[in-house]
Design a protein around this ligand. Structure first.
Ligand code: BGC
Length: 924
């Protein structure tokens, strides 16, 4: 490595100034190196990676003289030592472009197990070159079924009844072990592993990872994800033992509200392949096969996602994953070759992990039981440290809320037992968490503990579990309830991104409802780095698409009913487009374009003269439905036709980005035809809904999806405002209408009204649930009220993210950050301050770096601080009296190379801003 790469730019400059001519130096590496290198959907140095054709991305460091990139060079090699000068896989050579994200690998083909190293350098706007970046790397997983010599192993698990339930049956968890001897010392070891079910694995008594319920949840008949672990440090010389625990999970558990197991034909199985490279260069492979032994007589007696886990400590098998264990009583396992029909592919997003610990905040003692209150509705498991007497069975129940009389509210779990049992083998304090189940709860009730001990708060800790993503954005304001809403949105995200996007985390569903996903997806991308999560689930959506182009209600498709719903199936156009819009990565469009086309064809096939007759859950859970129906009052045909048009439009836009000019023209024309039919069928001359029930959502769909000719738009808007006024300035929207409210009111200049709706305290509104004590987003606008108690419907989740879709508007318009170009290459910062807010701030990590916008109104002045990342520009709009002076960083604003004044109108300064940090102050 060149010694100067390690030096900070300032030192390089000094060295240059002192020893070399400055011209020679400018040609060399005078800039700090690129940062935050990642591949494909933002993976950092992954192992077991899924993509042999990755893309490369990096960020320019924030430096005074780093405005934009003028060129880059990427070098890729099979060994670190070959870089940067002898890249044997790929040398992109210097490419003159400002593109610093999603650059496609164009080198030699990569294969399973291959380890790849890469570096990048860039040139800035003044042609100054950076130092080479740190060397990053990735290692591919097993990309093809042919890479597996291991066999699926399993025992004939009988199905058992879940304790406390007459009907719910499940497979007993299994334990497998294998001892093996190595003749040489190991240099490196990789464990490739997966399950038809969920697993945990240990080598020589050590946990291999802290993953929760791997491999995760996919359409198992099509594809099962595999996980790669680096286990080099766990392997010993000589004798070793590997042990695998296996439970039903999603694969062989009951899913849906049915009591049956959805893949009843298959018992749970495990598959693992330990590949060792020895110090002498030789290879050894240990695979799961008929030589392994197994038992179902382990401590986890039963484990089921909906129903909970039963653990008997008397059956613990001390040391069963170590060499010192006698497995004579264990059986030989059955072994089955890997089938061709199910693709084994490396997991393409992060596993679920234990992410946050919540301490108990309140404790209530009641009739021999103790109720622990975490004061936050959460998803995961409890960590229990509870005194018990030998032979006692601890019963652990969960609830999201207590009934007003203090009893547990569990009606909304429906048939999910959501109960754990732990039988103690000795006197003393146990330390236990269930392993293969999860719960949605705020309250934990314990009974059956050592009654001579006084319950204390430290008996229960909430372990919050979700797919391992990090925060990607922040939003805060001067308003306590708005901040609580933001917190509820984030907790809804944490609670329902459990390997797949779920509708709810607690009752007998927890399925990938496609409508909920399309509604909340856009907001999730602000709050968390969930690009890979969505890209991965979209693969499951593709794999679940019916032959006729239909997209199932839920993905994975555990309901198998061949039915579709408008507004739900449209997830397949909406999510790829929104993800593209936020990331700028065309890969998400390339991958999903065919699916979009087939879905649009399905829309067409279920319509006559472009008017849809597709089934629909419609504006699900709209408040005050005239007919009392969950599906609300908006015409299903109107909804179906609107989504037909919208999906055609998104498909046209996608074709445009992909350079498919024919497709673009075709879908644009289709959009126009559907829009025209929509207008004629559902709207009269005055832009009023005709022949079907007039609802807020019918106007919202027409305006948001641009389905009316210009002359009718203004009138339709007028009628929309009338429907809102008639509802005493309250929303009357369900799942499909709600996310469009803010978009339409914003685009039609009704921001005051949107603020009014957002800050409404009475039903139905966002703050209504907050006033009733919500710590997450609820399924219904009135899931609970202090006056009337719980909504009488058992379909009443208190953790259902759909109405959290308002988060997108809070980031984009209250704080003011939105892309002007896909991926934030150019950014719009245009906050809309209104009463009752006196300040708001947001930040978002874009592919180019962090953007932030923070405003405050103080002494009749509007203050705005913005951060614009390198290699982007921002259009900043400062709402103020433009007759007065604008101040920038404490002095009177003058145009300079960093900021151009684009225009002033009476109420805003419009500026074009180069990367940097700025503080503007203007009189209101
Ligand atoms: C789910 C939803 C879903 C809906 C479809 C419910 O049971 O929880 O959120 O979208 O069914 O109508």
């Amino acid at each position: 490595m060149n010694y100067r790469q390690n030096l900070k730019p300032v030192f390089q400059f000094v060295i240059c100034a002192v020893f070399f001519s400055s011209i020679a130096c400018a040609e060399k590496e005078t800039l700090a190196s690129a940062e935050d290198l990642s591949i494909s959907e933002d993976f950092k140095n992954p192992i077991g990676f899924y993509d042999a054709n990755p893309t490369f991305s990096w960020k320019l460091p924030v430096l005074e003289n780093n405005k934009s990139q003028s060129a880059y060079q990427i070098v890729v090699a099979t060994s670190k030592d070959l870089l940067p000068d002898n890249a044997d896989l790929w040398d992109s050579k210097k490419q003159d472009t400002d593109q610093s994200v999603w650059i496609k690998y164009e080198g030699k083909p990569l294969e399973s197990r291959q380890k790849v190293y890469w570096q990048v350098k860039y040139w800035n706007q003044d042609e100054e070159a950076s130092a080479w970046s740190d060397t990053n790397h990735f290692e591919l997983g097993l990309l093809s079924n042919n890479d597996w010599s291991a066999k699926w192993i399993g025992l004939d698990t009988k199905k058992e009844k879940v304790m406390g339930s007459q009907e719910n049956i499940i497979h007993r968890p299994q334990y497998f072990r294998k001892g093996f001897e190595l003749s040489n010392d190991v240099a490196s070891a990789r464990l490739y592993i997966t399950a038809k079910g969920v697993f945990d694995v240990a080598i020589n008594g050590e946990d291999v990872s802290d993953d929760v319920m791997p491999p995760g949840y996919t359409p198992y008949k099509e594809r099962i994800e595999t996980i790669t672990y680096d286990v080099t440090d766990l392997i010993e010389s000589g004798q070793n033992t590997i042990g695998v625990e296996l439970a039903s999970g999603w694969h062989s558990g009951r899913l849906g509200w049915m009591k049956s197991l959805w893949l009843d034909t298959e018992t749970p199985k495990a598959l693992c392949q330990l590949e060792l490279t020895m110090k002498d260069g030789s290879k050894e492979v240990i695979v799961s096969d008929e030589s392994w032994k197994g038992t179902t007589n382990g401590p986890i007696r039963l484990s089921e996602i909906y129903d909970g886990e039963t653990y008997d400590a008397n059956l613990e098998m001390e040391g069963w994953t170590t060499n010192n264990f006698g497995d004579n009583s264990w059986e030989a396992v059955n072994a089955f070759s890997v089938e061709d029909t199910i693709r084994l592919e490396p997991k393409r997003h992060t596993t679920v992990k234990n992410k946050i610990e919540l301490a108990t905040k309140g404790l209530i003692k009641k009739d021999g039981a103790a109720i622990f209150d975490l004061k936050q509705n959460m998803v995961g498991v409890p960590l229990l440290k509870v005194p018990m007497k030998k032979g006692q069975t601890l019963k652990v129940r969960f609830a999201e809320m207590l009934s007003p009389d203090g009893t547990f509210y569990t009606e909304n779990y429906r048939t999910a037992q959501s109960t754990n049992y732990y039988t103690a083998s000795e006197d003393g304090v146990i330390s236990w968490s269930p392993k293969f189940t999860f719960h949605g709860f705020r309250f934990v009730e314990l009974s059956g503990y050592d009654a001579s001990k006084e319950p204390s708060k430290d008996w229960v800790t909430g372990i919050v579990q979700y797919s391992d993503f990090e925060e990607n954005g922040t939003f805060t304001s001067s308003h306590k309830k708005l901040n609580q809403l933001q917190s509820n949105i984030v907790w809804g995200l944490r609670g329902n991104f459990f390997d797949i996007p779920t509708d709810c985390p607690q009752r007998d569903e927890r399925m990938g409802w496609t409508g909920d996903a399309q509604v909340f997806g856009p907001t999730s991308i602000f709050n968390a780095d969930v690009y890979k999560f969505w890209a991965s689930w979209m693969q499951s959506v593709r794999e679940s698409q019916y032959e006729n182009g239909g997209i199932p209600f839920v993905v994975p498709d555990v309901l198998y009913n061949n039915k579709v719903s408008s507004g739900w199936g449209d997830v397949c156009t909406i999510i790829p487009w929104k993800v593209y819009y936020r990331t700028g990565d065309v890969a998400i469009l390339e991958e999903n374009y065919e699916m979009m086309k087939e879905w649009v064809a399905h829309h067409k096939a279920t319509s006559k003269d472009y008017i849809s007759s597709m089934n629909s859950f419609a504006d699900w859970l709209q408040p005050y439905p005239a007919n009392g129906n969950n599906k609300g009052d908006t015409s299903h045909s109107l909804i179906g036709t609107a989504f037909f048009a919208h999906s055609a439009k998104l498909t046209a836009q996608t074709a445009g980005i992909l350079g498919e000019t024919e497709g673009q023209a075709k879908y644009e024309a289709l959009f126009k035809s559907v829009a025209e039919a929509f207008e004629n069928e559902f709207f009269d001359e005055t832009g009023k809904v005709k022949d079907v029930t007039e609802t807020q959502t019918s106007y919202l769909l027409a305006l948001a999806f641009d389905l009316l000719s210009e002359d009718k738009q203004a009138n339709a808007k007028k009628h929309l405002l009338e429907t809102i006024e008639a509802a005493d300035n309250h929303l009357r929207t369900g799942f499909l209408g709600t996310p469009l409210l803010s978009q339409v009111l914003d685009e039609t200049g009704e921001i005051d009204l949107m603020y009014k709706l957002l800050f409404n305290e009475t039903y139905p509104s966002w703050f209504y649930s907050i006033n009733q004590g919500a710590t997450t987003i609820w399924e219904r606008w009135n899931s609970y009220s202090k006056e009337e108690g719980f909504n009488p419907m058992s379909m009443n989740s208190l953790n259902h993210y759909a109405y959290g879709a308002i988060g997108e508007w809070m980031y984009e318009r209250i704080a003011g950050i939105a892309p002007l170009e896909a991926g934030y290459k150019s950014i719009r910062i245009a906050p809309e301050p209104r009463q009752p807010l006196t300040s708001a701030a947001a930040s978002v990590n874009t592919p180019y770096g962090k953007v932030s916008s923070s405003w405050e109104i103080l002494n009749n002045e509007f203050q705005l601080e913005v951060v614009v990342p390198p290699n982007t520009t921002a259009k900043v709009s400062i709402p103020a009296n433009t007759q007065n002076e604008l101040m920038l960083n404490g002095v009177s604003f003058k145009e300079n190379s960093n900021i151009k004044l684009l225009k002033t109108n009476n109420d805003a300064f419009e500026l074009l801003v180069q990367p940097g940090n700025y503080k503007f102050i203007a009189k209101l």
